[in-house]
Design a protein around this ligand. Structure first.
Ligand code: 13P
Length: 292
């Protein structure tokens, strides 16, 4: 199957009360691990590349690898640009065949963020590509800021409603207390805020920075309306941990297939656990989705 539209996957998830996992790829083994996990769980899956991942792997390589994976997979697969920051980047990815793009204008003033997303939406929708936007700032691991500073960075429910109406986005990444990368303490999610945003906004909501968030908090976030969950760091940690362990244990190993093949298995395990946690296991058939 060709890539499916993310909006189709998220609509099905919303009707059934689960979240679709969105996993970042940077190389072949990560992609294979994600697809193998989705197939083992019979789950729809979103693979995504950041601008950094695209710079590392090359846009055409990333798009071609992902396209082959989607065509061969026995589950619905979407390809998303993660944290694109410009109109030009979004258009390059749409041209390369991505079925969704995220435009992250969260560092811009509200009006400029909405205008940038709207500009991308107008082009993307013309060719059946869906658009994710972000309102509020999802930090790095900035744990030493005050509560009021933290709250100021979070998504405001009323602003979210206006932002969605103005931008025409198909999905909205919200800031409710998560951060990208490795947490120093346990992340505390603002569920009351999430509930208010879900009430104010009718499009699917996205949780970034989900690595390291306790399972109970993830389940609660899904219950309250999160429909797409991004995981990157835990895949990286599994990859690096596997390499470190194997190379320390066996000084004679030198075959990349053995080294990276072991890492691939470790990453697949992480992705499968996340898919199960998100409630997406067994949903491949009902998720459907029109191809791009
Ligand atoms: P983590 O790196 O915390 O898993 O976050 C991933 C993410 O949100 C990518 O956009």
């Amino acid at each position: 199957m060709a890539f499916v539209a993310v909006s189709d996957l998220l609509r099905a998830a919303d009707a059934d009360g689960y979240a679709v996992g969105a996993f970042n790829l940077n190389n072949l083994e990560i992609l294979q691990a994600i697809i193998a996990a989705a197939e083992a769980e019979q789950a729809p899956v979103i693979i995504q590349a950041t601008q950094g991942g695209i710079k590392y792997g090359g846009l055409d390589y990333i798009a071609a690898m992902a396209r082959v994976a989607a065509e061969e997979a026995r589950v619905p697969v979407a390809l998303n640009l993660d944290h694109g920051t410009s109109f030009e980047q979004a258009v390059r990815c749409i041209k390369a065949g991505f079925s969704a793009v995220m435009v992250d204008g969260s560092k811009l003033p509200f009006d400029e963020n909405a205008a940038l997303v709207k500009k991308v939406v107008d082009v993307a929708h013309a060719v059946g590509v869906s658009v994710e936007a972000e309102l509020g700032k999802i930090g790095g691991t900035e744990d030493n800021i005050t509560v009021s500073q933290r709250e100021a960075l979070m998504t405001d429910p009323e602003e979210a409603a206006e932002f969605v109406a103005r931008s025409g986005a198909d999905a909205l990444a919200v800031s409710i207390g998560t951060a990208h990368g490795v947490y120093q303490g346990e992340p505390k999610l603002d569920f009351a805020r999430l509930q208010e945003i879900a009430r104010a906004v009718s499009i699917p909501l996205v949780l970034h920075g989900a690595s390291g968030v306790p399972d109970g908090s993830i389940r609660e976030a899904v219950r309250l309306g999160i429909r797409k969950i991004n995981i990157d760091t835990e895949i990286r940690l599994a990859f690096a941990g596997s390499l470190r362990e194997l190379l320390a244990r066996d000084a004679g190993v030198y075959d990349p297939r053995e080294i990276l093949g072991t890492a691939r298995e470790a990453m697949q395990k992480v992705v499968q656990e996340k898919i199960r946690l998100f409630g997406a296991s067994g949903k491949a058939r009902s998720a459907g989705g029109a191809g791009r």
